[in-house]
Ligand binder design. Structure first.
Ligand code: XMP
Length: 430
């Protein structure tokens, strides 16, 4: 391992991630592990320099106070404790210590080096993945989202041709998105990529389906089926690569913290797929994943891509999806993104997109009455997607976007700007 590590043992604090961030921001790599880790598991982590026992409000689980095993104190690493009156170590704090105190522990007590950076992280993960995988093969569903793209780039670096990527185009991607995945991974990084154009299959299944939950179920279910079909065609695959990142693990619940929502990567795998998992980003926060992508040479547009729901344009082509409305949506959305990029808003606005309801409105085009779709523009800012505020788009820019959409997408004759916060609205419409 290139980097020294401080291990945080989770004894029910709600601030494990805050502490891990604090330590990483001081230049030392830090990982959070469950309280019942064994000494052998600790030694196997390699380069551990010290341990912090992090207790807190979830410390009592099913009536039992969570403790670490006694030999953790005597296994040779410096140990301090936070919110842990019964800890058998000399140094104890009631609340998260200040930077000065943490620095003293890291550099004076543990003699850790401030060598946490993405270059070292990538080198460490490359080494670990090679050790885990050996000469066997890894399969990865490459959606083109930030996490799966970064994991793909890292695995290509680690094991080259032993990685098989499958990109399923469900026909609900944004304009040029699947093409970009092929360009970057097949043509530039020379990854072993299987591209499956399943557009017809998805759109046929979705025909006439207007209920949002039903649409989501069809898209999610079909996605897994297409992926499984591809997986079963391949031989000798032992591992499944996953773009699981640290917040996914936290939200799916730890031994002390409750489940917020079971995350697709963590909880939603079909049980009969017999693979071991390769998850090299599992310890990274989102901004660190992006930095890792840049370190691996991925294009900035891919790494700083705005969030995009798994069901894609399917939940923005409202009601029952029709092909002509889906195409109009794809074009209008591309225009909005282009204008936002030209105005520099792609770097500051969290999420912005077009949705199209399933009705037509009256308009006049070429001196004739005509029926056309209505494009809805939405642009929001948020920190955690639980609440969201509206981006106040400049009026001149709005007019330009309206002019372009109505001129370049003939089936759209109205554009509206939706300005409802979350709550009471959600970010997406379905
Ligand atoms: P809502 O609409 O619930 O969306 O306010 C919150 C955030 O989550 C995104 N979103 C999804 N992301 N799969 C995803 O990966 C999904 O099914 C999904 N649905 C919504 C949405 O774009 C917003 O950023």
């Amino acid at each position: 391992m290139k980097q020294d590590m401080i291990v945080i043992l989770d004894l029910g604090s709600t601030e494990n991630t805050v502490l891990a961030r604090q330590i990483r921001d001081l230049g030392v790599y830090s990982e959070i592990h469950p309280h019942d880790i064994t000494v052998e598991e600790l030694h196997a982590l390699d380069n551990v320099k010290g341990i912090i026992l992090n207790g807190g409000e979830n410390r009592i689980v099913d009536g039992v106070v969570v403790e670490v095993s006694d030999d953790i104190y005597t296994c040779g690493y410096p140990v301090i404790s936070i919110d842990h009156p019964t800890a058998k170590c000399d140094v104890k704090y009631d609340t998260l210590p200040s930077d000065e105190v943490v620095k003293d522990f890291l550099f004076n007590v543990c003699k850790a080096e401030a060598n946490w950076n993405m270059k070292n992280f990538v080198e460490d993960q490359v080494e670990l993945v090679r050790k885990q995988v050996g000469d066997r093969k890894v399969l990865l569903a490459l959606s083109g989202g930030v996490d799966s793209s970064v994991v793909a780039a890292l695995l290509v670096k680690a094991i080259g041709d032993q990685l098989v990527c499958v990109h399923v185009n469900h026909g609900l991607m944004r304009k040029d998105e699947s093409e970009n995945v092929v360009e970057v991974f097949q043509n530039q990084l020379h990854a072993n990529l299987i591209y499956v154009d399943a557009t017809e299959r998805f759109l046929t299944k979705l025909e006439g389906v207007a209920d949002p939950e039903e649409k989501r179920k069809i898209i999610g279910g079909e996605f897994i089926r297409v992926f499984e079909e591809e997986a079963r065609k391949l031989e000798g695959i032992d591992f499944l690569g996953q773009g699981t990142i640290y917040p996914d693990i936290i939200e799916s619940g730890t031994k002390t913290a409750k489940c917020v929502k079971s995350h697709h990567n963590v909880g939603g795998l079909p049980e009969d797929l017999q693979f071991d998992l390769v998850e090299p980003l599992a310890q990274l926060f989102k901004d660190e994943v992006r930095a890792c992508g840049i370190e691996l040479g991925l294009p900035a547009e891919m790494v700083y891509r705005q969030p995009f729901p798994g069901p894609g344009l399917g939940v923005r082509c409202l009601g029952a999806i029709t092909r002509d409305r889906l195409e109009a949506l794809r074009e209008a959305d591309a225009i909005l993104r282009d204008e936002f990029a030209k105005a520099g808003l792609d770097k500051t606005v969290w999420q912005y997109f077009v949705a199209i309801p399933d009705f037509k409105a009256v308009g006049v085009r070429n001196h004739e009455r005509s029926m056309g779709y209505m494009a809805v523009i939405r642009a929001v800012n948020t920190i955690d997607a639980m609440t969201a505020t509206i981006e106040r788009i400049d009026y001149d820019l709005l007019e330009k976007i309206v002019d372009r959409i109505t001129a370049e997408v003939p089936s759209i004759n109205r554009v509206v700007y939706e300005i409802t916060k979350k709550p009471v609205a959600t970010i997406e419409f379905e």
